[in-house]
Design a protein around this ligand. Structure first.
Ligand code: SF4
Length: 396
């Protein structure tokens, strides 16, 4: 993993390829088909959270008028740019973040990415293209898919002009094929934790998902997940799990608390609980990709993602995951600066509990800004919840 990520980041600075910036669930396959190397500012935001540098950078964005109540990926990333300070320098010896030749965003996840990426388009005086699909859908019909296909196709002249290449359908198909194969392997990786002695925790998944975010559409991502899957399947066969003593199985809903991954992982394990599945890691499973139908299939896959669905559709997906992963309880991370990926604000935990019988807990925190996370209070809440779950299981 370390080597793959290092090579990826260094490739962004090598000058061999033009650089496209893209949102994490944006049309990366189309960009790659033009020969762009693709950089994902959200991945950088996660790095700022995980290295806990975000807190010193967010106020820098505040000085330019960005409220500390908005997405802390956005504010940490803009703060890092303004301060010319990124962990990429220390970790990979890079000069800084790579300069974009083109920027693409997809508001399938939130409108914040439009504001965020437009800031950079202005800074770098760089072409920007945006996809704005219909949002919060019960079902994704052909009408919505065709609308998104039209928007994808509108990107072509800009991509052609910046890359200096004509659009090549075969190259697009090949990228979609590689992406599909990697994403299906990633799905199988996540599903290994349907085993009762699960080999992969949610917390480990947030690290292993690096290649499916930044390298989908490449052979590298496919090879990585082929190897990882074989190793995890071997662990399942040999009964090797990450928490063999676990009495309860938990579903994590919402964003990770990047600066507290280790603490959270240890907390659940020490409390006899295994966090075996999440909406977050599953967000990069694009089962609809089909190289024989690259436009419609990518438009559908990127519009159907969990975050872009109605509450009814989300509840259906969650209930299916509960069954599949044998879930005893769900923990919702109510993320202060990302209401888009927080599902605990409008009564869904209560409604879903009533429907499925799976008890829930809401933990308040943030993806990057740890000033919104009370560690002591959260530990007490989680420990109490897990004790109650275990007691209820014994009694039943
Ligand atoms: S989904 Fe949330 S965390 Fe991700 S970019 Fe949008 S506001 Fe930020």
């Amino acid at each position: 993993m370390k080597q793959i990520m290092e090579e990826y980041f260094l490739s962004l600075e090598s000058g061999d390829k033009k650089i496209a910036w893209c949102t994490s669930v944006g049309p990366a396959e189309l960009l790659r088909s033009f020969g762009f190397e693709v950089y994902f500012p959200e991945n950088h935001g996660a790095l700022l959270g995980a290295t806990r540098t975000a807190m010193e950078l967010i106020p820098e964005a505040g000085k330019c008028g960005y409220s500390n109540q908005v997405c802390s990926y956005t504010t940490a990333d803009i703060g890092a740019y303004l301060k010319k300070n990124t962990p990429l320098q220390k970790h990979y010896g890079m000069q800084g973040i790579p300069k974009p030749d083109i920027i693409a965003y997809n508001t399938n996840q939130c409108r914040e990415v439009e504001d965020w990426f437009t800031f950079y388009a202005d800074e770098f005086n760089c072409p920007i293209v945006g996809i704005q699909p219909p949002r919060y859908l019960d079902e994704v019909t052909d009408d919505e898919v065709q609308l998104v296909v039209k928007q994808f196709k509108k990107m072509l002249p800009v991509c052609e002009q910046v890359s200096g290449r004509k659009f090549d359908l075969d190259s697009f198909k090949e990228t979609v094929r590689l992406s599909k194969e990697a994403t299906l392997l990633w799905q199988k990786v996540l599903k290994t934790s349907t085993a009762m002695n699960a080999p992969l925790s949610f917390f480990d998944g947030t690290i292993h998902m690096g290649p499916i975010v930044v390298l989908r559409g490449t052979q590298i991502a496919k090879d990585y997940y082929t190897t990882l899957l074989a190793e995890l399947e071997e662990n399942v066969k040999n009964g090797l799990g990450f928490a063999p003593e676990a009495k309860t199985r938990i579903f994590w809903e919402g964003m990770p608390i990047w600066g507290k991954l280790r603490m959270m992982s240890d907390l659940f394990t020490a409390s006899g609980s295994a966090v075996v599945a999440s909406t977050y890691c599953s967000s990069w499973v694009f089962g609809q990709f089909d190289e024989d139908n690259p436009w419609e299939s990518t438009a559908r896959a990127y519009t159907e993602i969990f975050i872009n669905r109605s509450e009814k559709a989300k509840m259906k997906m969650l209930a299916a995951w509960f069954e599949e992963f044998n879930i005893d309880g769900i923990v919702y991370h109510d993320t202060k600066t990302c209401f888009n990926n927080s599902n605990a604000k409008f009564g869904m935990p209560q409604r879903l509990q009533k429907e499925t019988g799976v008890p829930s807990l809401v933990v308040e925190g943030d993806l990057c800004d740890l000033r919104f996370f009370s560690e002591g209070q959260s530990i007490t809440k989680i420990e109490t919840f897990l004790e109650q779950l275990e007691d209820a299981k014994i009694l039943s």
